[in-house]
Design a protein around this ligand. Structure first.
Ligand code: GLU
Length: 415
């Protein structure tokens, strides 16, 4: 399989959108690169007594429309380029949903699955000590991403407030409810994705009550399984997989039981009411809707031809390679691109920032209603760009996002 550098992929996406928008050369150059990058080391005393040095990054891709915003990932395969790519996608994501924010991302090269809670806490606090001058409610607001969660955010927020000697919960989002979190954040990414599927089904006349499959069963995948039926009024969950294996059922898997099994055992593997299948088989099943909800480059030139779904809803960041994108487009598959389909998370993060800033909190119903309005509007603005420019949905979403960011850069007099 061809290997991809995700950052080069995002740069190519920017160039293509910029061409359709006739942007001038300095604007394109500005949008191709992160505005600021921070690289640091974090020493952590491990449980064994030995000190380990971890490498951390925080990258602010663009802050023309507002402070940088995006998650922090703890993952062994992170590199400066994966984080640059992810930071860029946050810029386009916040712009597509029209939030007054820019894009950023952070990461630490580590394997949290082999670390104790104490080690993870020290790593989280060490991360904040390294970037304390560079993050903040009016600079850059982190959130969780792969292998980080509300507990990680709680430790980070506490470290930040301790260093500043000031109460400032809005410095990062997706915190536990008791310390400045918002209702509706846990299922926000999946909810946003399912809302875009609902709109796509209406536009393309596809029955939303058909079969669906989920690749990746972390937070977004689990929540999509639970919400699909609730929001679309039906549907049969035919297969799911995670990093350890896959499970399939012709009659449909029960989402609630599956989530319980995953929480208990750490995997969907061994789920008693389904047949075991290889994890890669999930992508090629005969379903109407497919949710890739794992990592980058899952759908590539090797397996794109096998995809039978009518709609691919990208809950993960960058799950489809550029070659695979063209194959899917030719096959007539409607891909709802990551920067739109997975934007529900950051949208509710923004709602959390707003609530933290006036210390007055909304009901879950209000959060969900406002999320629905934002994502529905974003879906239709992308669809309109798709029809107007006669391009595939990913390029259309990039056109919408890049146009908004370019305009902000121009208004500021940067270019
Ligand atoms: N990590 C999530 C994303 O990639 C959420 C980011 C945020 O809430 O800032 O969209």
């Amino acid at each position: 399989m061809k290997s991809y550098n995700s950052f080069e992929v995002t740069q190519q996406q920017v160039r293509e959108a910029a061409k359709l928008l006739n942007l001038d050369a300095p604007t394109v150059e500005l949008l191709l690169w992160p505005q600021r990058e921070f690289k640091f080391t974090i020493p952590v005393k491990m449980d064994s007594g030995e000190v380990k040095i971890f490498h951390g990054y925080r990258i602010q891709h663009n802050y023309a429309r507002g402070p940088a915003k995006g998650g922090i990932r703890f993952h062994p395969d992170e590199t400066v380029d994966t984080i640059r790519a992810l930071a860029g996608w946050m810029t386009w994501k916040t712009a597509v949903v029209d939030l007054p924010l820019g894009g950023g991302k952070g990461g630490v090269i580590c394997d949290p699955r082999t670390m104790s809670d104490r080690e993870l806490e020290n790593l989280a606090r060490g991360y904040v000590r390294a970037v304390v001058q560079n993050i903040g409610i009016d600079k850059d607001i982190p959130a969780p991403d792969v292998y980080t969660n509300p507990q990680t955010m709680a430790w980070m927020m506490d470290e930040y407030e301790t260093l500043l000697q000031r109460h400032q919960p809005g410095v990062l989002t997706d915190k536990p409810l008791q310390i400045g979190g918002t209702e509706g954040r846990r299922d926000a990414t999946a909810r946003g994705g399912v809302i875009t599927v609902r709109e796509a089904c209406k536009v393309f006349g596809i029955d939303p009550k058909g079969r669906y499959a989920i690749q990746g069963f972390g937070n977004a995948g689990q929540r999509a399984a639970l919400l699909h039926e609730e929001l679309l009024g039906g549907g049969k969950l035919t297969a799911v997989c995670d990093s350890r294996g896959g499970v399939y059922s012709e009659e449909g898997l029960n989402p609630k039981d599956l989530v319980t099994h995953k929480l208990k055992t750490g995997s969907v593997k061994g789920f008693p009411d389904g047949k075991e299948i290889p994890r890669d088989a999930v992508l090629g099943l005969d379903v109407d809707i497919l949710y890739p909800a794992a990592l980058e480059n899952a759908i590539n030139e090797k397996n794109a031809n096998d995809i039978k779904a009518k709609i691919v809803c990208e809950l993960a960041n960058g799950p489809t390679t550029p070659d695979a994108d063209l194959i899917l487009h030719k096959k007539g598959v409607h891909v709802i691109p990551d920067i739109l389909a997975s934007a529900g998370g950051v949208t509710v993060s923004y709602f959390e920032m707003v609530q933290d800033s006036y210390s007055y909190f909304w009901s879950e119903q209000l959060v969900q209603q406002r999320l629905d309005e934002k994502l529905t509007k974003a879906y239709h603005s992308v669809k309109e760009a798709m029809l107007e420019k006669e391009v595939h949905p990913r390029l259309a979403a990039m056109v919408v996002g890049v146009a908004r960011v370019a305009e902000a850069c121009k208004l500021r007099g940067w270019v």
